[in-house]
Every structure is written in C-alpha cells, then in structure tokens.
Design a binder for this molecule. Structure first.
Ligand SMILES: Cc1cc2nc3c(=O)[nH]c(=O)nc-3n(C[C@H](O)[C@H](O)[C@H](O)COP(=O)(O)O)c2cc1C
Length: 443
C-alpha cells in the first residue's frame, strides 16, 4: 500500500482560537467537561485519527488579560487521557509532560500505566516547558535556561526509557503452582547516576504493551532538533511555509543517521490550523466570526507568550514588533517564526496578534475540503510532512467539520486510512516496537 499520512487531533478545551470560548456555538466550560472530551475522542476515533494530542503547562495564566482568555482552567492531560482510554478502543493518546518540573520515575510510571490501561495506545510528548511562570510552582524564582532545560531533558529521557525496560517482556510469570510471581532473571535494576538524576529503579509497572510508549517531541530549535534526532519517534513542529517545512524535514531526517536511525523511525507532523466548510466563502465567514471576537490586547498578550514570555503591553498596538532578545525561557523556534512573519508582511503588533489568534503561528488553511486536501497533499508528497497535528478554531464544531468534510476527501485520494492498521499507536504510526535494551538471562 502506498504511504499514507498520519493525523493527530490536537485538543484544547474550547478550541485553539483564543476567542473561541466567546462564540455562541462553543461551550465555555469545555475545559473541565468530560462529556465534551468524550465526544471529541469519539469523533476523532470514528474518523480514524492516529491520536489525540493534549498540550500542557503547569501554571495558570493570571492577570487582567489572562482573565479574558479561556486558558486558566483545564484538565491535566494524563488523567484526562486515562479517562478517555476507557471510552475509546483504537485511537492513540498523547499527553504532554514536562521534563523540567517532573521527576523521571513519576513520568515513566504514569505513561507505562496509561499504556497498560489503553492496551498500547500511550504517547509521551516530551517538552522542556515554555511557560516561565511554571518555575514558581516548583520552588524556583526563575525558569531554567534553554540549555539547561535541554540538558536535563536528554538525561530525563534516558532515565525514563531505562525504567521502561526494567522488566523483560515475560518477567511476570505469575505461576501459582510454583508460587513465583516474577522471574528474578527478568529484572534489570537501572542504578542511574547522572548530572541531574539519581534513580535506582526498577519501575513498579511491567513492560508495557508497546514495549515503550511512543516518544513525541515538540521543540524545534537547534538543540531541540538534535534531541529529537536522538530520542523522538514523532516530532510536532510549527512551520509557516512549504519551503521552511521542507528544510526542517530534510534537516531533521538527515540528523537521524548520526544516531544510527532510519528515516522511517521518526514521523514529522507539523501543526496545521484548519477551518473547513463546503464553500470557501462559508469557511472564511466562519473564521472571521472568531477573528471579530479577538480583543487586540488579548491577541498581543498571546503573541508575547508565543514569542517566548515577553510582556508587550507597553508597546503601541499600531507600532511594529519591537526588537526582542533571544528567548531563554520560551520557544526559540516559534520566536524566529513569528519575527520572520512580522518582518515579511510588515505587520503591526495588533495585526500580528490577530494573525496568530487562531493557529498561534502554525500553518493555517481556510477553505473547502478540496482546497485544504490539495495543500496537505503537496506538503505530504513533497517532503515537508509525514502527517499533521490538526488544530481547529473551536470545539467540538471544528473537529466535527474536519471529520465530516476533510477526512473523507483525504480517504478518497488514498492519502488517509479507512481502517486502523493495528491495535497499538505504534502499529498505526508504522513505528517498530523497541526491543528491551538490557540482556536477560532467561531461556
Ligand atoms: C509545536 C510546539 C509545541 C509545544 N508544546 C508545548 C507544550 O504543550 N508544553 C510545553 O511546556 N512546551 C511546549 N513546547 C515547547 C517545548 O517545551 C520546547 O522544548 C521548548 O520550548 C524549547 O523549544 P525550542 O527548541 O523551539 O526552543 C512546544 C514547542 C513546539 C515547537
């Protein structure tokens, strides 16, 4: 069968558009409504999406502008996905968990547990935290700097995956006759001692159905790409143009050889913000209805956050984007992308804030199923993407539109599955089940 694209449904409470919660079709309390999420999961699964994807921040935005956004209360991703694992059967469940304000044992344990709960559908989106405010919830005044976050992330990944291999696949024999619950020779104690962590192990969860949950990564700076080349199996990235996306794709795939990995072992999935309707006119009307609800200061506050945690409230709304230092606390790749966009199109601060109010700088498509499928097909066939993480302006409506209108068009073109290939996230993504890295003396 010819290569097909992978699709993630990037869920976010009321939707990705910063003003979505104010729209009459959107339940404003969606962030903490399990029925809302259950519906989203079932819509995405019926459409054969590879996975649900949930981002995270371990801090609540506060202040006057934050009080105009629906971003200060939402479910914690792992517990949410555990609940959704019970009402779905096929779809992958990818939760974000930061390596900056967590301990590896906790993360290894919880994701292994989700992998068991869901029958092999867990994925871990490994991030280094791009919200500086998180520091103050974890005993620090200042967020860790970019380089240190990545150094910690690398070792964090090593420990987590080491813990996931604590047990041979068949270590738990649970033999009632002999009274032996596990085979001692199938146990590996990690005894990790490193710069950031000291973790003895083993994990108190048997090796999980996928061997290891799928590791997703979402940093795109130089350091982020290098970590991804070494450790990630899926990369989520923000790209604004085909040319940039192709360059990113080529660069990241080329780095895999340095780590002895094949190009197939890493799937690159740019985010794409989609507003689809039967006619282009209606799709644009729908999009503009959200845009009309954006308060300029809210757009600019979102912009400041996405540029890497800058307060832009002192700058004139109709002036240009000010020169900012390279962010140490936020996403360098997104800072570069948004600065480039402002320069290329000569946008004022308010215009740029409005521009990113929906897709936060991700590639944005508004149009008919044919128009959108044409664009996705080009990216997919011309070396820019293995699939897409789909962002929609509002939920549940935006996802229902994609499932009803766009997915059938992609299927008609043979670009997307009509049935799940396997029962685990790995099988559906076309990723191998990793062998245990430790040698066990079992027969
Ligand atoms: C597309 C994308 C999505 C991201 N999602 C999150 C997230 O949900 N939570 C988070 O703390 N960081 C997130 N990050 C940031 C990562 O933590 C990243 O490791 C860090 O900001 C550094 O990014 P950089 O390598 O692009 O500088 C995301 C980054 C990108 C590029």
């Amino acid at each position: 069968m010819s290569r097909q694209m992978k699709l993630g449904a990037f869920l976010m409470a009321t939707g990705h558009h910063v003003a979505a919660w104010r729209h009459p079709d959107v339940p404003a309390n969606a962030g903490l409504d399990i029925r809302h999420y259950r519906h989203l999961a079932q819509v995405a699964e019926a459409a054969r999406f590879d996975a649900l994807f949930v981002a995270d921040s371990v801090a609540a935005p506060t202040g006057d502008i934050a009080s105009h956004m629906a971003r200060s209360d939402h479910f914690e991703p792992l517990t949410l996905l555990c609940a959704l694992s019970a009402v779905t059967e096929h779809i992958g469940l990818i939760a974000t968990a930061t390596t900056t304000y967590n301990e590896p044992y906790h993360v290894a344990r919880k994701f292994a547990s989700l992998d068991h709960l869901s029958g092999g559908r867990a994925g871990w989106n490994l991030v280094t935290s791009d919200a500086a405010a998180e520091a103050q919830n974890f005993g620090r005044d200042q967020h860790l700097g970019h380089a240190e976050r990545y150094s910690r992330a690398r070792e964090f990944h090593q420990v987590v995956t080491g813990l996931w291999d604590s047990w041979a696949d068949d270590a738990f024999i649970r033999d009632k006759a002999s009274g032996r619950y596990y085979e001692p020779s199938g146990l590996h104690v990690l005894n990790h001692q490193g710069e950031h962590f000291s973790v003895k192990g083993p994990l108190n969860v048997a090796r999980s159905p996928q061997g290891q949950p799928v590791v997703v990564q979402a940093g795109s700076s130089e350091t982020g790409r290098d970590l991804a080349a070494q450790t990630a199996e899926v990369v989520f990235t923000a790209q604004t143009s085909l040319r940039n996306a192709q360059a990113f794709y080529r660069d990241l795939k080329a780095r895999l050889a340095d780590y002895g990995r094949s190009e197939d072992s890493l799937k690159i999935m740019p985010g794409v913000f989609i507003v689809v309707d039967e006619s282009a006119e209606r799709a644009w009307e729908k999009f503009e209805a959200f845009q009309a609800l954006v308060e300029p200061q809210v757009g600019v506050a979102l912009l400041g956050r996405m540029l890497g945690n800058f307060d832009l409230s002192g700058y004139p709304l109709d002036g240009p984007l000010p020169e900012l230092p390279l962010t140490d606390s936020g996403q360098r790749s997104r800072q570069l992308l948004l600065t480039e966009l402002a320069g290329q199109e000569q946008l004022t601060l308010a215009q740029l804030g409005r521009r990113i109010a929906g897709g936060r700088g991700h590639y944005s498509l508004v149009g008919t199923p044919t128009q959108i499928a044409d664009e996705l097909q080009v990216w997919f066939e011309q070396g820019a993407a293995d699939g897409f993480n789909v962002l929609v302006p509002h939920l549940p409506g935006g996802l229902e539109d994609v499932a009803r209108l766009l997915v059938p068009e992609l299927q008609r073109r043979g670009l997307f599955r009509t049935e799940y290939e396997g029962s685990t996230l790995r099988e559906n993504l076309g990723l191998q089940r990793p062998a245990n890295r430790f040698q066990f003396k079992q027969s």
